[in-house]
Design a protein around this ligand. Structure first.
Ligand code: GCW
Length: 726
């Protein structure tokens, strides 16, 4: 239940369009499920009943077989002879079970298109044959009208598939889309669709901008898991199927999550996510054998250490039989790892993988490894190179149940970065891409910044690893290299604030993440449109207004912050607000090298750090040459004078001034656009967003002034238009 803020995109607002109601009402009076309704299937049925009640004003009854000529029929499609029970999350309810009901002809399920059904009258419904077997998470949703029958047929490749189809159907109803002739077939393009929480046991959230943790308080797991359940629900509605529930920086209490009392708490949480088809993972401390095991070493090649992890894993699977596995940040930002023992990341990951392997568990090993103790005088070390330099030589050395998790860019979730050159460079290693839904460097959910367009650009990037059309989305989607495991992970942006995300419009990033990972070919705009309708209703002015704001927001945020791909320029530690030199002389390896003559980091192989050479041809050449390097990444790859002329025809310095002046103006424009929607959005949500947009507009001016004055004073070059620069 709860407020409009809390319901996020599962508002299930009453449908007022009478035409839509008239079509759906007779169709879905009954939900037919043969067999036991349990687990994920039960969640799907409950969601349908509640959503339909809320939108259309009646609660469909759930029956084993239809009593009339219309119904919504749910079924799990499994090859003949396949187990119907067993694995967690697999409900029952199959065609073959339905077929043994009196009045049903047993129709065999073929391997190719086993979607057939008989009506209550025993007359076969000739359902269009599906072209290929459904994957477990896939579904088909068909409108079948034949003879006297008028039915919706929802078939999942598993109970999870049925659940995703149920959410899909509820979306259609919310958006006022009629089911006439519906013929949908959906399969997620990524197998692992994961969320990473950076929550700590004390209730804080590293880089959290929406309150405290919904999982922990004062060192313990919360006892009332209702909010966790609601979170599972909103994640599942977008297709998420995995979650790690604690920060990758694993502190003292969290190190104990894998044993004893705390493990039982983790098991309670796992049970909640299981109901929604979401596998639970834990971030682990590589030094746990020392920290909690009483051993003197955590050396991955030490037999005692190996045995310790095997025992720990065995205990975990006793408590959580479908446990997903471990997420590991090792030898990164002072976290322990195999380096201390002269071992490499493959040694470390494989040791854990061996322990997890008998249970089907995974090790997700992060590639965010770099020297965070660099001296600014050292021009040879380039943080951007680090992930590739560390992991490329290890390609092929990891066990089959190890997945490398690679941040989308080589630095750290800046507003603009090139794509990590590791994608495509590890043909023999499972990989997932890591995004950050939390807006650490993109306005911390106080600024509006819809990130789906950024993620989409990354996923669409052509690595040329196997020649043209070797895009990141196809690599992580597992279609270009035969990875047994791959997909996408992202750092969550939620906390315990009523609207989950602090800024209500930041809900669009969480929603958009799930939808884009389900299908990277959806456009950012289509996702924004969907989210707006589900969240605020279908009024055309609202849909156009909110979608327009979302779509402009990333470019606008970029325009008044760090220019041309150089990144950083934020306040150290908090990462909020401008501080041009804040990181320039610190040890984190994040420079802009601005002086009176020019700005940017030379990462060419000709005269710079050689980072550009980590890409495949022709990307290397594109980035290497000033003539072809895209403007928006110019300062990431090149150090140029302020007078350098961009492809846009402007000089670098004039570009900086212009974008900062217009960016701040456009942020002000958001305030007006939103004001125009006042009478079409409920007061609470309207006021809340209005407050944030007003602060953003103020803060954008601050950014403008700090950046402009810095570069005016460095370069001595005035603004061509003579605007105020302090
Ligand atoms: O983005 C940076 C953050 C750290 C974070 C780290 C990481 C969890 O500033 O807070 O630590 O990256 O991704 O490990």
């Amino acid at each position: 239940g709860g407020s409009a803020l809390y319901k996020a995109w599962l508002q299930y607002a009453k449908v007022n369009d009478s035409e839509v109601c008239e079509v759906y009402k007779p169709l879905i009076q009954q939900i037919v499920v043969a067999g036991r309704i349990e687990g994920v299937l039960a969640a799907a049925v409950a969601e349908l009943q509640e959503g339909i009640r809320s939108m259309l004003g009646f609660t469909p009854e759930v029956v084993q077989e239809p009593t009339g000529t219309s119904c919504l029929l749910l079924q799990v499609n499994k090859p003949e002879g396949a187990e119907t029970a067993g694995a967690a999350g697999e409900g029952s309810g199959t065609v073959s079970k339905l077929a043994v009901q009196p009045g049903f002809d047993p129709l065999p399920m073929s391997e190719t298109g086993p979607i057939s059904q008989t009506s209550a009258q025993g007359k076969p419904w000739r359902v269009p044959k599906a072209s290929a077997a459904l994957e477990a998470d896939g579904f088909t949703l068909l409108h079948v009208r034949e003879g006297g029958e008028n039915c919706l047929l929802l078939t999942g490749g598993s109970a999870r598939g049925v659940m995703y189809g149920a959410f899909h159907l509820l979306r259609l109803i919310s958006m006022g889309i009629c089911p006439e002739g519906l013929n949908v077939r959906e399969c997620p393009r990524n197998r692992l669709r994961m969320i990473n929480q950076w929550d700590n046991a004390d209730g804080s959230i590293e880089r959290g901008y929406a309150g405290r943790s919904i999982f922990y308080r004062d060192g313990s797991m919360v006892t009332d898991l209702q909010r966790v359940k609601d979170y599972a629900r909103i994640l599942a509605s977008t297709g998420i199927n995995a979650i790690s529930i604690n920060n990758v920086n694993v502190h003292e209490v969290e190190t104990h999550f894998i044993t004893g009392e705390l493990l039982l708490d983790v098991a309670r949480v796992a049970a909640v996510f299981r109901e929604y088809g979401i596998a639970l993972f834990l971030s682990v401390n590589f030094a746990a054998p020392i920290a909690i095991g009483g051993l003197s070493t955590a050396d991955p090649l030490d037999r005692g250490v190996q045995a310790w992890w095997k025992t720990a894993v065995q205990q975990i699977y006793t408590a959580i039989p479908d446990f997903g596995g471990f997420l590991v940040k090792a030898d990164s930002e002072h976290r322990p790892g195999p380096f201390a023992y002269g071992r490499d990341h493959a040694d470390g990951a494989n040791m854990l993988a061996e322990a997890l392997e008998p249970y089907g568990g995974l090790v997700i090993w992060r590639c965010f490894v770099y020297n965070c103790m660099q001296d600014w005088r050292d021009r040879r070390t380039d943080r951007a190179r680090a992930a590739y330099d560390h992991f490329k030589p290890l390609d092929g050395k990891f066990r089959d149940n190890v997945i490398l998790q690679i941040k989308n860019g080589p630095m750290d979730f800046q507003v603009r970065e090139p794509v990590s050159p590791l994608f495509g460079a590890l043909p023999h290693t499972n990989q997932v891409i890591e995004f950050q839904v939390a807006q650490e460097y993109t306005g911390q959910q106080r600024h509006l910044c819809y990130l789906v367009p950024q993620w989409k650009q990354v996923l669409d990037f052509d690595t040329y690893a196997l020649g043209p059309e070797t895009r990141v989305k196809d690599i992580v989607g597992g279609s270009r290299f035969p990875f047994p495991h791959s997909g996408v992970a992202a750092v969550s942006n939620i906390g315990d604030e009523e609207n989950w995300t602090g800024h209500t419009l930041a809900q669009a990033n969480l929603y958009g993440y799930g939808r884009l990972v389900w299908n990277p070919d959806l456009s950012a705009e289509a996702i924004a449109d969907e989210w707006t309708r589900l969240t605020f209703g279908n009024h055309p002015a609202v849909v156009a207004g909110v979608t327009g704001m979302l779509m402009k927001s990333w470019p606008i945020y970029e325009s008044y912050t760090a220019p041309l791909g150089v990144g950083w320029m934020v306040t150290p530690h908090t990462h909020y607000g401008p501080d041009v030199d804040g990181y320039e002389y610190s040890r984190w390896g994040t420079y802009h090298f601005a002086d009176r003559d020019g700005i940017g980091v030379d990462r060419t192989k000709r005269s710079g750090t050689g980072y550009a050479a980590q890409y495949f041809s022709p990307n290397t050449e594109m980035f290497e040459s000033l003539g072809t390097c895209p403007d928006e990444l110019l300062l990431f790859f090149h150090h140029v004078p302020y007078s350098h002329v961009l492809h846009s025809g402007k000089t670098v310095i004039q570009h900086i001034y212009d974008t900062h002046f217009t960016g701040a103006e456009e942020a002000e424009g958001f305030v007006q656009s939103w004001e125009g929607l006042r009478d079409k959005i409920d007061d609470i949500r309207h006021a809340q967003v209005a407050g944030r947009l007003a602060k953003q507009a103020e803060h954008a001016k601050h950014w403008r002034d700090v950046i402009n004055t810095y570069f005016y004073r460095k370069s001595g070059i005035p603004d061509e238009q003579g605007r105020t620069i302090y």
